[in-house]
Design a protein around this ligand. Structure first.
Ligand code: SF4
Length: 349
């Protein structure tokens, strides 16, 4: 396994989601290693040149307590094995439930970037009481980290219970928790498999109750985007918006992923005008059937289509600004002016 390959975890569920979040969100220039109560799983191999900067991502899912002592040992061991001259950066994805002054002092001392995983917590609460409680806990963790000078971001899972509160969540992360980088991850859980043609198969109708619907996912992204594009471009960083802008900004917006995630995409994807940005969505969610009955379509396809259609026009403007050497944030002035003078121009945005 080469050094850019994330080391596999033996667990599935929330921890795996955290791992994916960390893998996708945080730029990796080295091996990723997970840590659990059983200790860290594998040592990163020394970099042959010993010169490059290397990033090690640690995942602490909150359900499997990691002591500060174990984490300290793992960090020190990673640094010892990094090779002479190599600079090691550590990133921790955590619920923040066990953070205290001692943890934060160590995180600050080692300059660890912390991704606060908002799951089973603020994002999972559906009652006002639960939201308030979870909110206090996340806020407390973020404040503690900030007090100790530790950088932190948020990874938020979106599901049927919180999908109706896009602006509330986004504003909470921005205004109250005060993070600049946010990643939203849709929760898609397949429940019991169904028997089809003599075989047990999971079908689109067998997702759990908590699973977000494609329509909810599309509406959620659109609502957050509308707020972000009018006031936060260049100030707040939402992973899917940054990725989408990068896709719109590339000179050739040719579909380049007829085969994505190691599998051939269905015809609907191969002919899709937003394939260059969507790339068929997460491989794990490609269990729906296309209208023609072809398997392998992403369960959230309709949501992605709604989002990418909605952002097309502003993305074109931002891409043009960037190509012209200007700041993409100028879109906010452009939109404000056009909305005042010619509101119909942005009717789709
Ligand atoms: S929007 Fe739907 S059809 Fe288009 S690439 Fe994504 S999953 Fe495929």
């Amino acid at each position: 396994m080469d050094e850019r390959t994330a080391m596999s975890l033996e667990r599935s569920g929330p921890l795996a989601d955290d791992r994916h979040a960390a893998q996708r969100w945080l730029a990796c220039d080295g091996p990723m290693v997970s840590i659990s109560a059983r200790g860290w799983r594998r040592r990163p191999a020394p970099h042959p040149s010993g010169q490059r900067k290397r990033t090690v991502t640690w995942v602490d899912d909150g359900g499997d307590p990691v002591s500060l002592g174990a984490f300290r040992k793992a960090v020190e061991s990673a640094e010892r094995h990094a090779g002479p001259g190599a600079e090691v950066e550590h990133e921790l994805c955590t619920t923040g439930a066990r953070l205290d002054d001692a943890w934060c002092r160590f995180l600050a001392e080692r300059d660890v970037l912390v991704g606060l995983s908002v799951d089973g917590d603020l994002a999972a609460q559906t009652s006002a009481e639960g939201v308030a409680l979870a909110h206090r806990r996340i806020l407390g963790a973020a404040q503690l980290l900030r007090r100790h000078g530790v950088d932190c971001n948020v990874v938020c899972r979106v599901h049927a219970g919180n999908a109706g509160r896009p602006q509330e969540l986004y504003r909470c992360f921005r205004d109250e928790i005060g993070v600049r980088h946010v990643q939203f991850l849709p929760i898609v859980e397949r429940s019991a498999p169904v028997r089809r043609g003599g075989h047990l198969r999971a079908g689109p109708a067998t997702v759990s109750e908590r699973t977000i619907t494609p329509e909810q996912w599309g509406a959620f992204l659109v609502a957050v985007f509308d707020e972000w594009v009018r006031r936060d471009v260049g100030r707040q960083f939402v992973k899917i918006f940054e990725d989408t802008l990068a896709a719109w900004s590339t000179a050739t917006r040719r579909p380049r992923a007829a085969r994505a995630g190691g599998e051939r995409l269905p015809l609907d994807c191969r002919c899709c005008p937003v394939l260059f940005a969507c790339e068929g969505g997460r491989p794990a969610d490609r269990f729906a059937e296309s209208p023609d009955g072809e398997p392998g379509l992403n369960y959230l396809c309709a949501g992605y289509r709604e989002f990418f259609d909605h952002v097309d026009q502003p993305m074109r403007v931002m891409a043009a600004l960037l190509r012209g050497g200007r700041d993409a944030g100028a879109i906010m002035n452009v939109m404000a002016r056009y909305e005042r003078e010619r509101p119909a121009v942005w009717s789709r945005a």
